[in-house]
Design a protein around this ligand. Structure first.
Ligand SMILES: [Zn+2]
Length: 339
């Protein structure tokens, strides 16, 4: 780099000396033309901002300064220093495995955090901003699909059905929710004692679950849990979350096929589990709130849940009311301690 002509002031006397300044590398400044050559790290040097074409001061450590009229050259050096600094920084990062690993860990952690918390939060916002008609469309055909696959017509007495439908209607009537709620009964068969909520607002309860209820309020508690799934838009949120998660994973790995491979399935499964666990907890909280507001002892929920767990032959294909996660014992305890 060519020399920059400048006037040197030692900061102690008024003596002026003509000198040459060299920027040999982006981090070093050398002053030549004095009795002894001076050399400074650029980081110790302060360069005054440009004011038109007036002479520019370069302040050196120890009180000395150089003044130059070659403003353009100083600007180039400043520019160089900035980019040099950045390049040096990146180079430093790249040349150290520790930093690389740290960056990798930070990246993975932030993606994981975004999948765990960011996506569900965004999906919730989006779901709540969409009209219930979207849920109705989403749930269209679900009941007939369930009927074909698992369920058969209910054998409950008209009287019992009427009674529970009246209770359900009373529960949903005053809700600030525009879903068209409806209670349906089916014989569960292989599904056994269970209840599930379709996104449209249809709640299905199996004959087996009704038979398991020893107290009317136990069934009310189950219904409250299912209504919680509907009002909190769980089906829609689940759909949004799953799609966004898949999109994000494809975007990061850049490989749509990897979604189907085992390496991608394992984290997806873990996420799945957390997502559904969160929804069960939310539905439970809704149920607990309803029971308390209506002076119903939360114990009823715990009672039917524990009876259900004991009666259960195995995992159901439709894991709704008695979902394996969160741990049923933990759920039972939550309602017991609230009673
Ligand atoms: Zn549930």
């Amino acid at each position: 780099m060519r020399a920059l002509k400048a006037t040197y002031y030692d900061g102690k006397t008024s003596k002026r000396q003509e000198v040459q300044i060299y920027f040999d590398n982006p981090r070093q400044l050398r002053v030549s033309g004095l009795a002894h050559e001076l050399s400074f790290s650029l980081s110790e040097v302060r360069i005054a901002p440009r004011v038109g074409n007036t002479p520019r001061s370069i302040y050196l450590p120890g009180g000395a300064k150089c003044e130059t009229t070659d403003n353009d050259a100083v600007d180039r050096i400043l520019e160089h220093r900035r980019s040099g600094g950045w390049h040096a920084f990146v180079h430093k990062l790249e040349s150290r495995l520790g930093y690389v690993l740290l960056a990798l860990v930070i990246t993975v952690a932030s993606v994981w955090g975004f999948i765990q918390y960011g996506i569900p939060a965004i999906a919730k916002q989006v779901a709540y901003s969409l009209p219930p008609a979207v849920d109705t469309a989403l749930g269209k055909g679900s009941l007939s699909a369930l009927d074909q696959a698992f369920l058969s017509p209910s054998e409950l007495s008209e009287q019992k059905q009427k009674e529970l439908r009246a209770a359900f209607a009373a529960m949903t009537r005053d809700l600030a929710d525009e879903h068209s709620f409806r209670l349906e009964f089916r014989k569960g068969g292989a599904v056994g004692a269970n209840a599930l909520a379709l996104p449209s607002g249809i709640v299905v309860m199996t004959d087996e679950l009704v038979a398991l209820g020893k107290h009317r309020n136990e069934l009310v508690a189950v219904l409250a849990h299912e209504i919680g799934h509907v009002t909190h838009r769980h089906a829609l949120r689940r759909l949004l979350q799953d799609s966004a998660t898949v999109l994000l994973i494809v975007a990061i790995t850049g490989d749509a096929m990897s979604i189907t491979s085992l390496s991608a399935t394992v984290p997806t499964l873990l996420i799945e589990t957390k997502y559904s666990r969160d929804f069960e907890r939310e539905a439970d909280r809704f149920a607990l709130g309803y029971l308390k507001e209506n002076n119903i002892n939360p114990r009823h929920f715990a009672d039917i849940l524990s009876r259900l767990e004991q009666s259960r032959p195995g995992e159901s294909d439709i894991p709704d009311f008695l979902s394996s996660h969160p741990a049923t014992k933990e759920r039972i305890k939550a309602f017991q301690s609230a009673s």
